[in-house]
Write a protein that binds this ligand. Sequence first.
Ligand SMILES: Cc1ncc(C[n+]2csc(CCOP(=O)(O)OP(=O)(O)O)c2C)c(N)n1
Length: 371
Amino acid sequence: MINVINFINFLKNQGIDYYTGVPDSLMKNFCDYINSNKEINNIVNHNEGGAIAFAAGNYLTNKKPCLVYLQNSGQGNCINPLISLTHPKVYSIPMLLLIGWRGEPEIKDEPQHMKQGEITEELLQLCDIPFEILDIENWKSQIEKANNFMIENKSPFAILVKKNTFEKTNIVKKENNFNLVRENVLKKIIQNTNDDQIIFSTTGKISREIYEVRKELNKESDLDFYNVGAMGHVSQIALGASFKTNKKILCIDGDGSLIMHMGTLATIGSYQPNNFVHILINNEAHESVGGQKTASSEINFLEIAKGCNYKYIKSIINEQELDDFLKNSELKYPAFIEIKVKLMSRDNLKRPEDTTLERKEKFLNKLENAN
Ligand SMILES: Cc1ncc(C[n+]2csc(CCOP(=O)(O)OP(=O)(O)O)c2C)c(N)n1
């Protein structure tokens, strides 16, 4: 495996010392290191397209390419700036893309990663971006090749990263100052829901915990929709559903996910769905992929939701506030509830056993029979 510190030092010698991106589970060791080392210039971006644009601006002021890190799920977010900003036919701006390759062909992975993994190389080719698959023996010559290409052609080059490429580093366990435990919070929420409510939950461990909690409580529901991929889009899925049903909609979001496409708050606020409860579980981090920080500690989500015309705003930081909220039936809609939680999860968390297609069918049938 590749030692992250050697990798970073080598990049520095090649003139690449500015990082931006969205963390990826498969490159956890790399992301952890750049996230925790204060000497490294690292901008954790709200989404991968933002990171491409940031890298472009950075280049314009110092003529040095940035390294943009991302999971291949984020390629979609990048396409627009890669084609209409950094492409050689537009402004021709070099940057090194370091892309975690989930769903690599022949390797078992989750359903949301399979198609993306299959087309990862093709998408790069379509964008005219040459690439290498990072090799633990020859990585130095690959970086040199990438750098020479960027110097000569003034355009992006990509490196694809397979599972188990980077060695673990000695990173101190990350923490925040909150006391509530996310899984317990979700348990209380589930205990207080019935078949009159539909839950739409976000990408990562939040959905996995809801699934586990339901099993534990023997309260499984076909009216849960787990947005396993399409990070940041859960609230628009929920909004789309809210207009077609009288049931109460609970959208359970994460701070990294919400920040990724935060314009969603404006759309929800301006259309005033009268059955919509937006619950933000805020641990100030991308906990599901290793706990790298988000911008949340600097953000007042409650003020933003209020400014976007949500009609009921609440902050919850302890058990009492959570219990009071769950007992309260006097909500106004759309409602926005922020629950601040510890940065932690269980190691032995499972994933839903049925396939995404099976879950969708169950959801449709259940709703059809309920209406
Ligand atoms: C477009 C895209 N980029 C990155 C990822 C990888 N990813 C999966 S979950 C996650 C973190 C989600 O963070 P947050 O919403 O704060 O929830 P938490 O993990 O803290 O519960 C990331 C970055 C992804 N699935 N899709």
